[in-house]
Design a binder for this molecule. Structure first.
Ligand code: AP5
Ligand code: MG
Length: 188
């Protein structure tokens, strides 16, 4: 079985936490563009040097960089059985870019999962995480900025996946295990 998933939702909603569990359930890679960019920053690569300025400010990294990153990985043989995209696409241009790549590879996304939770809960989770994460964007002002950027630039992509009939909205409140069960029930 091959399955291509997108997991989306605002910062702190649990995209990474859930993708990390689901990847083992379906034996597919978890592709987190945030993680990939943080690794590029740690390696001080060309991409990392540019990405750092945007990530530290809570802004989206330019689309041309993301296209390079994603093109590189989804054409990789270890993605032939599918994958979970976490944090990409993140605006309408990236939806177009992804559709272009998928067309070239002659495949498509099966399910787009949109996790939902209220902003108070998200801020609470991220402030708690900031005590241990070491993430440069886990500071109060930037946590709020990231929420704002999500609603302005990322939320509009939900409509695209609704229109093509593959959107599944899932309540992101509850225990991690409860949410995993909701996701797996929907994939089945
Ligand atoms: P990215 O790394 O994608 O971060 P994000 O979207 O801001 O989301 P987070 O990783 O903070 O949250 P999450 O939803 O993964 O939640 P998590 O599971 O960690 O992006 C970072 C930056 O990179 C962007 O701002 C941008 O600059 C750049 N970038 C990345 N992709 C890009 C793209 N495509 N285009 C342009 N720029 C891009 O959970 C959060 C916390 O809550 C954790 O501590 C977790 O333990 C806890 N938690 C999880 N589930 C629960 C639960 N059910 N109950 C209680 N706590 C929970
Ligand atoms: Mg994450």
């Amino acid at each position: 079985m091959s399955i291509r998933l997108i997991i989306m939702g605002p910062p702190g909603v649990g995209k990474g936490t859930q993708a990390n569990i689901i990847k083992d359930t379906y034996n597919i890679p978890h592709l987190s563009t945030g993680e990939i960019l943080r690794n590029e920053i740690a390696a001080k690569s060309d991409i990392g040097v540019v990405a750092k300025k945007y990530i530290d400010a809570g802004l989206l990294v330019p689309d041309n960089i993301l296209l390079r990153v994603i093109e590189n990985i989804i054409s990789n043989p270890n993605c032939s059985k599918g994958y979970i995209l976490d944090g990409f696409p993140r605006n309408l241009q990236q939806v177009d870019d992804l559709n272009g790549l998928l067309n070239k590879l002659n495949n498509a996304i099966d399910i787009a999962i949109s996790l939902i939770a209220n902003e108070d809960e998200l801020i609470k989770r991220l402030i708690k995480r900031s005590e241990v994460s070491g993430r440069s964007d886990d500071i109060v002002e930037i946590i709020s900025k990231r929420q704002k950027v999500y609603w302005e630039q990322t939320a509009p992509i939900i409509e695209h996946y609704k229109k093509i009939g593959i959107l599944k909205e899932i309540d992101g409140l509850g225990t991690i295990e409860e949410i995993t069960k909701r996701i797996i029930d929907i994939i089945k």
